[in-house]
Design a protein around this ligand. Structure first.
Ligand code: FE2
Length: 318
């Protein structure tokens, strides 16, 4: 694989308080160096006999490759973040920032605060869209290798000294202000509208229970906290429950094999939540059986362990 140079996205002569000399030097000497080194490390890695090369050597080269690849990607994004007036935001991007940060102004303050906190250190400040959550997030990256898994960066500020030193010396505040004044919001918005088309990661698919409604452990916790009356039934299989040490606070254990015997003791006036160990089968089957005879029953997704993972209260299972 040979990585190709990306042409400079912004037009250096149009920038406000960032000279062509600064951008040219950055593009040629830093972005260019990262790309060349990335290609060198990639060829070295590709040429290795992975069966005989020590694992440490492969690992070191692979880490170097990751760092250099991220450096080239972030530099390309940095140059593609510049070239606007920093002020004109379309409704789409302004409302996305307002949704996720409270207001555009609050976003701006948070972004700048992260940049100022990196002063004297090297790194990046990035605005990233996370498809899983459908949200934008500001984050600080020290070094080149950190990124949000599955996130799509749409705006990047380079806080390495080479990005400002020849023009601003140690005055990072002035450099950050200049960057903010040159943000190309139309380009950011185009990347945002591409990013929101990316589907979130696939969720657990249980086609056999597609007609049985579920409830999340967080929702069950909210019901308990708000005093909503709910019947919580732990239907972990008997063989499992005999070695279980704890049970969801507020739940009673009932043998799923004998559901016909105990279902009569439940009230049809209050919702029922059933769950098993991980939420795959038994809790779903119990909810389905209860619904069949008219109970308002749902199964708790993720079961006992999801409840414990959100630190839901448990008690000793006596
Ligand atoms: Fe840079």
């Amino acid at each position: 694989m040979t990585y190709r140079i990306a042409p400079l996205f912004c037009r250096p002569w149009t920038l406000n308080n960032m000279s062509p000399r600064l951008i040219e030097s950055h593009y040629e000497h830093n972005y260019g160096a990262a790309l060349n080194r990335l290609n060198a490390v990639t060829s070295e890695l590709e040429a290795l006999d992975v069966k005989t090369t020590p694992a440490q050597v492969i690992s070191r080269l692979s880490r170097e490759q990751t760092t250099l690849l991220n450096s080239t990607l972030l530099h390309e994004l940095y140059f593609a973040s510049l070239g606007g007036d920093g002020r004109t935001l379309s409704d789409a991007i302004a409302s996305a920032l307002t949704r996720d940060f409270g207001s555009v102004d609050r976003w701006r303050h948070e972004f700048i605060a992260l940049a100022e906190a990196l002063t004297g250190d090297a790194g990046w400040i990035v605005l990233t869209f996370v498809p899983r959550d459908g949200r934008l997030l500001n984050h600080s990256v020290s070094g080149h290798a950190e990124s949000i898994a599955g996130g799509i960066p749409i705006l990047a500020l380079d806080m390495y000294e080479h990005a400002y030193h020849i023009e601003y010396g140690a005055n990072t505040t002035a450099y950050i202000a200049a960057f903010m004044r040159n943000i190309h919001w139309d380009a950011v918005e185009s990347r945002y509208s591409d990013a929101i088309k990316v589907l979130p990661p696939r969720s657990l698919d249980q086609p056999e229970f597609k007609d049985v409604p579920s409830i999340t452990p967080e929702e069950v916790q909210d019901m308990l906290n708000s005093g909503t009356r709910v019947q919580i039934i732990d239907t972990r299989p008997r063989h499992y429950s005999t070695r279980a040490q704890d049970i969801v606070e507020g739940a009673v254990w009932r043998d799923p094999e004998r559901i016909e015997e105990w279902m009569g003791s439940l009230s049809k006036d209050e919702p029922v939540v059933t769950f098993c160990v991980y939420g795959f089968h038994v809790g779903c089957q119990s909810a389905a059986a209860l619904r069949k005879v008219g109970f308002d029953a749902r199964y708790m997704a993720g079961g006992h362990y999801a409840w414990k993972a959100i630190k839901g209260p448990v008690k000793l299972f006596a």
